[in-house]
Write a protein that binds this ligand. Structure first.
Ligand SMILES: C[S@@+](CC[C@H](N)C(=O)[O-])C[C@H]1O[C@@H](n2cnc3c(N)ncnc32)[C@H](O)[C@@H]1O
Length: 263
């Protein structure tokens, strides 16, 4: 284990052997039109055949599936993803693929597990792999929240492919109320603070989650400046932990984590 400089007391309990981290600093707002309705995808998506090891289950050279942290993840070139894009349309707010920051949160959660059966809200879920990981490994009751409903067929597909069920909720971050958050034990989000205007609503959501008694909020990011500013603010005002995180296997990914917890 290589520990870097530690920003917050009590930080070490997050870390175990085999990972490298550095500590850093960092700051977002949203003016999009809000909608606030809950929706669930009920359709079932036909899934093409899948190997148990799940890696490159397509003819050699096509590389259209991979196996990550016990999950099978399709790549955009997979015929099922092409079909979903034809049927459901292209996601419009960057929820158009699996983003590598999900690996950071999966690695963190593998080392710092949630309680079995935890109720988890996956913010800006996109294809939903972070939440699906929680459902698979912690038997978590997961809700995937996203402003863009066209991501939900991709989430539903991957949930089914990995043998779990995940609820979906179409909502913007700033419309998530304290009383909604009180129904969750953990809130996660990967690669969701990618515009300056997202800093404010995500910081405020994190603060509301803490006020609502959510046990842990964990956000991961490749290290974009809006996320860094959000994490720095959460470290200063909410006593959150803000650190760099790197994963080399099964896929190389690096970035940072913000972890806010009830103390
Ligand atoms: C870069 S993608 C990340 C998707 C997924 N978390 C991952 O790591 O693969 C960002 C996601 O946030 C969603 N999103 C963007 N702005 C949002 C907002 N204001 N409220 C809710 N979801 C939002 C997008 O629709 C998209 O699915």
């Amino acid at each position: 284990m290589r520990l870097g400089r530690i920003r917050k007391a009590g930080f070490q309990r997050h870390f175990q052997r085999g990972l490298r981290l550095w500590v850093i600093s960092g700051g977002c707002n949203l003016d999009g039109k809000a909608v606030n309705w809950r929706g669930r995808c009920s359709s079932t998506y036909k899934i093409s055949s899948n190997n148990e090891d799940g890696y490159n289950d397509m003819p050699s050279g096509t590389n259209s599936s991979r196996r990550l942290f016990g999950l099978t993840v399709r790549q955009n070139a997979h015929p099922d993803m092409r079909r979903l894009r034809r049927e459901a349309g292209d996601p419009s707010l960057h929820g158009n693929k699996f983003w590598k920051s999900s690996c950071l949160i999966m690695d963190y959660l593998k080392r710092n597990p949630l309680q079995q059966g935890a109720r988890v809200l996956d913010l800006g879920c996109g294809w939903g792999l972070g939440g699906i990981f929680c459902a698979k490994h912690f038997d978590a009751k997961v809700t995937g929240l996203d402003a863009d409903p066209s991501v939900f067929p991709f989430l539903e597909y991957h949930a089914e492919l990995n043998g779990v069920a995940v609820k979906t909720w179409r909502c913007y971050y700033e419309r998530v109320r304290k009383q909604d958050l009180a129904g969750f034990d953990a809130v996660i989000g990967t690669d969701i603070c990618f515009w300056d205007k997202l800093e404010e609503p995500l910081y405020n959501l994190t603060r509301r989650a803490m006020q609502a008694g959510v046990g842990r909020v964990v956000l991961a990011d490749p290290g974009r400046s809006p996320f860094r500013r959000l994490a720095e603010r959460a470290a200063d005002k909410l006593d959150a932990t803000y650190c760099e995180w790197r994963v080399s296997r099964p896929m190389a990914a690096s970035g940072c984590l913000m972890i806010a917890e009830q103390r």
